[in-house]
Design a protein around this ligand. Structure first.
Ligand code: AHR
Length: 662
């Protein structure tokens, strides 16, 4: 070894005087190390930035059940419209009573503005559903249209259907509307056609694209769900985030309110409606239409392990100075909720209450839940004291479930250290760490986990994002940091960037991974980094050193960060290298002691770099290119060398694929 370092040193000395010395990355191919958890890279969804209603949840009607504080928010009423409160769904009791104006030309009706417009595509189908009754009998005709309110006041009708309400009992009516044109900012208009003194009551007026993710009726936006699927996430954290805590106990996230018939899932104010006074979002509510069933189903469909986060009887400590937590001796119902959630996910479809509900909703087979996270960003003794009853009960009734505890909102400090000690004492399986930090922090923390106690609970980097000087630079810093996660895959089992989604028309928090409006989606540079790491994570860590020293962007390592893995699925070594500097860097990859019976078949390269031709795009300025660099490789016995030049501020992945000697 000493000889090797001396040679390396010599090569540096010999190249002194040239502008940049060639750095050498040693990869010990014979030392296949710790397994990389399939959950290593994943996603964290929270209903922030209109991520659910107005986002991933494909519902197009805002305030569909008239349950906003102002029951007609999002609606325009004309003619004789009354809000009533004795509707058929006890958790959403409001509905509208439409009375005929008694004249063909005097109309009664309502119009919905949708989420930043009711957006439709030419020739696409939209499924309308509503609940209605004609309380005084007769037949009420409801004319439903998608219209383009043109600036000159003329309404162009793009799609129309008529629903005949012929029962005095509440019934569900459905109809499909096909749009004749593409339109970003339409409205949905519902008009009562009745010339006498008839009336119709209408409730839960809903409009979905027929083409949702996997065609589910209470479905998700196809383009957004596909963007998640393309990340091949191994883990899926949900539903928050601060959403879990709410602001006060009553508006905490309660999973039981998010399952069962959508019509009866209570609508609540979304806490991000008012969290930032300079970004108020008065129409931001949670319909809970994207609830725990839809979450588990999506997780299954995209192949990710679900990690539900549960409230532990605590309100948001950032937002609620009063700290009105549930008393420790009254936590029983919160603990029951946790246990019941496991039953909802995994319980027998015939023999258990919550398993039966899951089956009734359409999924008799268990979802195979393996993890539960307790609390989001809670801190202090009050958190530790509340964790304990949850841990005790879950350990006793669901011993196979792995428990994830928290370390608070800070990435270090006394509170963080105290919580880690306590989580270790309670023997949780993983500890959730959050870091929204600057570039310097991300670069300086690529070695964060090198010194972590290998016997302590494992790490879930549950929320992180570099808040840097721009989308591209932040992504490069995240890539550098992520090499440290991967080198320490024996400690870090999960990592999820946050937040995931942001609606371009109304967001509260940035940066975010995926931006969208009703018709468009913008994947950021950070998204691309997440995708590249996820698709190339391999199965086992392989040790690397740079010029004979640990790799972590140290002084003298020319702003280079690296990690290496073996991928037993494809029988290849995958080396990831990040150059965070603004000069190009020469690097030699030394792959040493390859398996005796193998030879390298080919070497491919993926390079993520700045695309100078992209200007003015605040989400993305990178390009990803792939090529074959087999020709540059020099094989010496069981070693292989590849000299490469890394562009300034770039990330490269080299895959050395093996083939057995025959
Ligand atoms: O991701 C945005 C917020 O950041 C989350 O809700 C919270 O957990 C953290 O403070």
């Amino acid at each position: 070894m000493k000889i090797k370092y001396a040679i390396t040193l010599l090569s540096i000395v010999l190249t002194a005087g040239m502008s940049v010395a060639q750095t050498v990355l040693d990869i010990r191919a014979d030392k296949i190390g710790a397994g990389i958890s399939p959950t290593m890279y994943g996603i964290f969804f929270e209903d922030i930035n209109y991520g659910a209603d107005g986002g991933l949840y494909a519902e197009m009607i805002k305030n569909r059940s008239f349950e906003f504080v102002n029951p007609l928010q999002g609606w325009k009423a004309f003619g004789d419209v009354e809000i009533k409160t004795d509707g058929p769904f006890e958790n959403n009791p409001h509905y509208v009573r439409l009375r005929s104006m008694g004249h063909a030309h005097k109309v009664t009706g309502i119009e919905n503005e949708g989420y930043f417009g009711v957006s439709v595509c030419k020739d696409a189908d939209y499924r309308l559903s509503l609940w209605a009754r004609a309380p005084k009998g007769g037949i009420g005709r409801l004319k439903i249209e998608i219209v383009d309110p043109t600036p000159d006041g003329y309404y162009e009708v793009l799609a129309r259907q008529v629903v005949e309400v012929a029962s005095s009992e509440w019934k569900k009516y459905t109809s499909v509307l096909r749009s004749q044109k593409t339109l970003e900012k339409g409205v949905m208009r519902l008009v009562l056609e009745w010339q006498n003194d008839g009336m119709v009551d209408v409730e839960h007026i809903s409009l979905f694209p027929v083409e949702t993710w996997k065609g589910h009726e209470n479905g998700l936006r196809k383009d957004l769900a596909e963007a998640l699927c393309d990340l091949k996430p191994g883990v899926f954290r949900f539903p928050g985030g601060c959403i879990v805590e709410g602001t006060a106990m009553d508006d905490r996230y309660q999973w039981k309110n998010t399952v069962g018939p959508v019509e009866n899932r209570p609508t609540i104010v979304n806490r991000w409606q008012y969290s930032f006074p300079d970004r108020l979002a008065p129409d931001y509510y949670q319909s809970n239409g994207l609830g725990f069933y839809e979450y588990f189903l999506l997780a299954e469909e995209i192949g990710a392990e679900p990690v539900p986060v549960l409230n532990v009887g605590m309100v948001c400590q950032c937002q609620n100075g009063a700290y009105a937590h549930a008393p420790v001796d009254s936590l029983c119902r919160f603990v029951d909720d946790a246990v019941d959630l496991v039953e909802f996910a995994n319980g027998d479809a015939a023999k258990t209450k919550w398993g039966r509900l899951r089956a009734d909703m359409g999924h008799p087979a268990p979802f195979g839940l393996k993890y539960v996270a307790l609390g989001n960003e809670q801190w202090g003794r009050e958190y530790v004291d509340r964790m304990k009853p949850f841990v005790d009960r879950l350990r006793s009734v669901c011993p196979d479930i792995k428990i994830i505890g928290g370390s608070g909102p800070s990435s270090d400090g006394d509170e963080f250290d105290m919580l880690w000690r306590e989580m270790d004492r309670m023997a949780v399986d993983l500890v959730d760490e959050h870091y929204y930090r600057d570039e310097k922090w991300f670069l300086g923390n690529a070695s964060r986990y090198d010194g972590y106690d290998r016997k302590a609970p494992k790490v879930f980097a549950g929320e992180y994002a570099c808040h840097g000087s721009g989308s591209y630079r932040s992504a490069i810093c995240e890539a550098a940091f992520m090499t440290g996660l991967e080198r320490n895959a024996d400690v870090v089992l999960m990592a999820t960037y946050a937040p995931l989604f942001a609606n371009k028309k109304a967001w509260q928090w940035g940066p975010d991974l995926i931006w969208f409006d009703n018709s468009d989606i913008s994947l950021t540079d950070s998204y691309e980094i997440q995708r590249l790491f996820s698709l190339n994570k391999g199965t086992n860590v392989v040790p690397v050193t740079m010029d004979g020293r640990p790799v972590a962007g140290q002084e003298g390592q020319n702003g280079l960060y690296a990690c290496a893995v073996y991928d037993k699925v494809t029988d290849s070594y995958v080396i990831k290298v990040v150059n965070v500097g603004n000069e190009s860097q020469d690097l030699r990859l030394d792959l040493e002691k390859l398996p005796a019976k193998s030879k390298i078949k080919d070497v491919s390269r993926i390079v993520f770099s700045k695309d100078e031709s992209i200007t003015g795009n605040r989400f993305k300025s990178s390009k990803t290119e792939t090529d074959d660099v087999t020709g540059g490789m020099v094989v010496k016995g069981r070693n292989a060398e590849l000299s490469v030049t890394l562009a300034p501020e770039s990330f490269a992945i080299y895959r050395f694929s093996l083939s057995s000697r025959s």
